[in-house]
Design a protein around this ligand. Sequence first.
Ligand code: KG4
Ligand code: ZN
Length: 362
Amino acid sequence: MLILGIESSCDETAASVVEISHGKTKVLSNVVSSQIKIHKKYGGVVPEVAARKHAEVIFDVVAEALKQGNKKTKKQKDKSLLTSLLKREGLEGIDLIAVTEGPGLVTSLRVGVLAGQTIAALAKKPLVGVNHIEAHLLSPFLSNKKIKFPALGLVVSGGHTELILVKDFGKYKIIGTTRDDAVGEAFDKVAKILGLGYPGGPAIAKAAEKNISHNSPQPPLTLRGGVKLPRPMLNSDDFDFSFSGLKTAVLYLAKKMTPAELKKLTPVIAAEFQQAAVEVLVAKTKKAAEKYKTKAILVGGGVIANQELRKALRGLDYPVFLPELQYTGDNATMIAFAGYHKYLRKKKNEVFNIAAEPNLGI
Ligand code: KG4
Ligand code: ZN
């Protein structure tokens, strides 16, 4: 089955063509048009700007994914996607269209949903709406076939921090979540406090690298300039998280310093913040995997691009499955994959009954 995936929930416009047959997944194209440069100057994503930009590029992004992915479309590279659609050429190889319906920024989601509905209706192909969190959760399947259920899923992104019990495709139970900020959001806010720019995750990781000894993931406190940050909810009885206090601790620390001191200690603070976040995430994941006796741990979302988190999770005594770096951030390949499984379960064409759902739950 050939699936066209479309994603536009935040600041990436993405389209992919994925082939799934006999349990084998082959990614034929993975096109991502990022708006990071545009939002950088505002220090974060501006929803109205994001939606307008999605609308500007989405059909070009889809056309590029089809061109790269579907050999048939290569023949007609001079035609616009609309011309191809009206003649229903180029898309006849595609069996299913999958689009993110939520959660995310409502105006951004609407652009993707509308594009998906338009393409599906003109091409006379079925369309399914995909949950963005489910797609992140399943992203390790793109490169690993042998993942056994029940599995424990950890989704760490800019908007979500979720521990999810995965009994099967489509059978999910949230067992822990953040009580305030998502972990990616905390990285972004701390980066802002430290003057490291947007997006914060990669900026914090880069600053922290200057301070991390390669032999020890947790250098002695003296090496960390005496900076010690809290590990919120590390020992709580539940599987919930809280990252707002950690961010505020950085803010208070920064406020006590002169600009010169702050600049000097930025790598130290970045490393300590990253270490605190990693420790809490890994400890809760381990505890949940033990309690629910899961056979595997799956992790997805933008924050799993973080090398220290990857290292720490891989150190757990469990089969741990992480997505390849290109599938950690927002992409349409994971949408196509999750959409395929939803279609297998429901066999339902949702072309006229999906809508953007900014608060969609898993
Ligand atoms: O999954 P994603 O691309 O979008 C959402 O669905 O939210 O995640 C984006 C988040 C941002 O908060 C970004 O700062 C974070 O992932 N991120 C990282 C790293 N790369 C991206 N956080 C920590 N370390 C990284 N290397
Ligand atoms: Zn995401």
